[in-house]
Design a protein around this ligand. Structure first.
Ligand code: UD1
Ligand code: PEP
Length: 431
C-alpha cells in the first residue's frame, strides 16, 4: 500500500501546466463510442479512471490507443454493449456508457456506477431520461439492462441541476428520432465540452451552457478530433496551495472563467489573483480572513473545490463556515483533519472551521479524490510529518500529484507502507 508523505513546505513558488479535465475526459471517451469513424481525443490525463475505460473499450471490441495525452478510438469494431459490473463500479462516470451505447445499439447491460462515496449519489434523473426517450430499464443483482426498440426525442425537465444526467441525456438523445429539449440543464463546462465534441462529429446540439438544450437527432456521426478542456479542479487546488503558507503559483493552460467563483472567494479571504487569457496567478502576502462558502452547481462554488478550500480556511483567522448543498455529506475529510489538530465542527450540511490554529503531523486517510487534495494542502502547513493513505483515490484524479506539487517547492514524496510503519489504531492517530 502506498502513502504520500508531506512535510511543512513554507511558501510555494512556481508554474504548473494543467492537464485535461478528468470529468470531461470521462464523458468524451464514452461519447466517442457514438461515432461512426475514428475519433482522436487530445489532452486526456493519465489517471486511473482512464485505465479502466481502456479496459472497458477492449471488452466491447473498441480499439483504444493512448500515446501521451492523445487517445485514438475506433468505434467501428464495437461488438458488445455489455459493460462488466466490476469495471463500471470502479468509477463514477461509467454511467455515460449507458447513454452512449443505448443511443447507438438500442440496448446496454451495465453495472452500477462507483466513484467517490458521498453516502447518497442517486441516478434517478439518468433513468428518467432513458425512459422519457422510450427505453425500458430493468435492474438485476448488480446491473441494469436498458433497451429501446427506438429512441424518440422528448421534452425532459430535470428535477435538479445535474451535470451527469445532462451529459447522459445528450449522449442518449443525439441519435434519437426527432427533437429533444432538456430543461433545467446543468451549465457546467463539461456539458459544453461534450456538446462541442459531439457537434464537431456531426451532432446537432444547441444551447449547451444554458438551462435549455435542444438536440435534433441525427442518424450518423462522423469521426473527428477534439481537445479536452483543462481541469479547473486541479487548477483550483494549485492556486489554493499558494495561500497555505504564502508564495506565488501560476497555473498555465487554463480557462479562467471556469474558476470564477473560486477565484473571487480566494480574493475575498485576502489572496491576490491575476488572470490572463489562459493563465492565472495567485499569491498571498498577508493574513487570510475567514469566510462563508456555500457550494452550488456551475457557476456556483464547486463541491469538488469545497474540500481543498477547507484546508485553506484552516489558515484563515476566525470562524469560517462551509456548506455543501450539492453533497451534504461530503465531509469525510473532517475527521481526518481533526487528527492533525484542526478544530472543525459538523452540523447537518455545514462545517464550522476555527482557522489560524497550528496543525500537527500524523497518519490520515484520503477517503475520496478531493479529500486527498485537502489533506495534502493541510499537510503543507503542519508542524510534523503528515502521511496520507488512500493514494488510489487521489490517483483517480491526478496524473502525477507528487511530481507536480514538488515542482512548486512542496516537500512531498511517495512511499510504500511496510509492516513496521503500519499505523495501529489506538497507538497512532489512524482510523
Ligand atoms: C464524473 C463526474 O463528472 N463527477 C462530477 C459530477 O458527478 P455527478 O455527475 O455524479 O453529479 P451530478 O452533477 O449529477 O449531481 C449534482 C446533484 O444532483 C443530484 N442528482 C444527480 C443525478 C441524479 O440522477 N439524481 C440526483 O439527485 C446529486 O445527488 C447532486 O446533489 O458532478 C458533481 C457535482 O458537480 C461533481 O462533484 C463530480 O466530480
Ligand atoms: C467526485 C469526484 O469524482 P467522481 O464523480 O468521479 O467520484 C471528483 O472528481 O471530485
Amino acid at each position: 500500500m502506498k502513502y504520500i508523505q508531506v512535510e511543512n513546505s513554507g511558501p510555494l513558488h512556481g508554474t504548473v501546466h494543467i492537464p485535461g479535465a478528468k470529468n470531461s475526459s470521462l464523458a468524451l471517451l464514452a461519447a466517442a463510442c457514438l461515432a461512426d469513424d475514428v475519433v482522436t481525443l487530445k489532452g486526456i490525463p493519465h489517471i486511473e479512471d482512464v485505465s479502466i475505460i481502456a479496459g472497458i473499450s477492449r471488452d466491447i471490441g473498441m480499439a483504444f490507443k493512448q500515446e501521451g495525452g492523445t487517445v485514438v478510438i475506433d468505434p467501428r469494431t464495437v461488438h458488445s454493449a455489455v459493460i462488466d459490473p466490476g469495471k463500471s463500479s470502479k468509477y463514477r462516470a461509467s454511467y455515460y456508457y449507458a447513454g452512449a451505447l443505448l443511443s447507438k445499439f438500442g440496448k446496454v447491460t451495465i453495472g452500477f456506477p462507483g466513484g467517490d462515496d458521498f453516502v447518497s449519489r442517486p441516478i434517478d434523473q439518468h433513468i428518467k431520461v432513458f425512459k422519457a426517450l422510450g427505453a425500458k430499464v430493468y435492474t438485476f443483482e448488480d446491473y441494469y439492462i436498458i433497451e429501446a426498440a427506438e429512441l424518440r426525442g422528448a421534452d425532459i425537465y430535470f428535477d435538479m441541476l445535474t451535470s451527469g444526467a445532462t451529459i447522459n441525456a445528450m449522449l442518449a438523445a443525439v441519435r434519437a428520432k426527432g427533437r429533444t429539449i432538456l430543461h433545467n440543464a446543468a451549465l457546467d463546462p463539461e456539458v459544453v465540452d461534450t456538446a462541442a465534441f459531439l457537434n464537431r462529429i456531426g451532432a446537432r446540439i444547441y444551447g449547451a451552457g444554458t438551462e435549455r438544450i435542444r438536440i435534433e437527432g441525427v442518424p450518423y456521426l462522423n469521426g473527428g478530433s477534439h481537445t479536452v478542456i483543462p481541469d479547473r479542479l486541479i487548477a483550483g487546488a494549485f492556486l489554493m496551495a499558494a495561500g497555505i503558507q504564502g508564495g506565488q503559483v501560476t497555473v498555465m493552460d487554463v480557462i479562467p472563467e471556469h474558476l470564477g467563483s473560486c477565484l473571487s472567494k480566494m480574493e475575498e479571504i485576502g489572496m491576490d489573483v491575476e488572470c490572463g487569457d489562459a493563465h492565472i496567478t495567485a499569491c498571498r502576502s498577508g493574513q487570510l480572513k475567514a469566510t462563508r462558502i456555500r457550494t452550488g452547481m456551475f457557476p456556483g462554488f464547486a463541491t469538488d473545490l469545497q474540500q481543498p478550500m477547507t484546508a485553506l480556511l484552516l489558515q484563515a483567522q476566525g470562524k469560517s463556515i462551509v456548506t455543501d448543498r450539492v453533497y451534504p455529506k461530503r465531509f469525510a475529510h473532517v475527521p481526518q483533519l481533526r487528527r492533525l489538530g484542526a478544530e472543525i465542527e459538523l452540523r447537518r450540511e455545514c462545517a464550522f472551521i476555527r482557522g489560524g490554529l497550528p496543525l500537527q503531523g500524523g497518519w490520515v486517510h484520503a477517503t475520496d479524490v478531493r479529500a486527498g487534495t485537502c489533506l495534502l494542502l493541510a499537510g503543507l502547513a503542519a508542524e510534523g510529518t503528515v502521511r496520507i493513505t488512500g493514494v488510489d483515490h487521489i490517483e483517480r484524479g491526478y496524473e502525477d500529484v507528487v511530481g507536480s506539487f514538488q515542482s512548486i517547492g512542496a516537500r512531498l514524496s511517495m512511499h510504500e507502507l511496510n509492516a513496521q510503519e503500519m499505523p495501529v489504531r489506538g497507538h497512532t492517530n489512524y482510523i
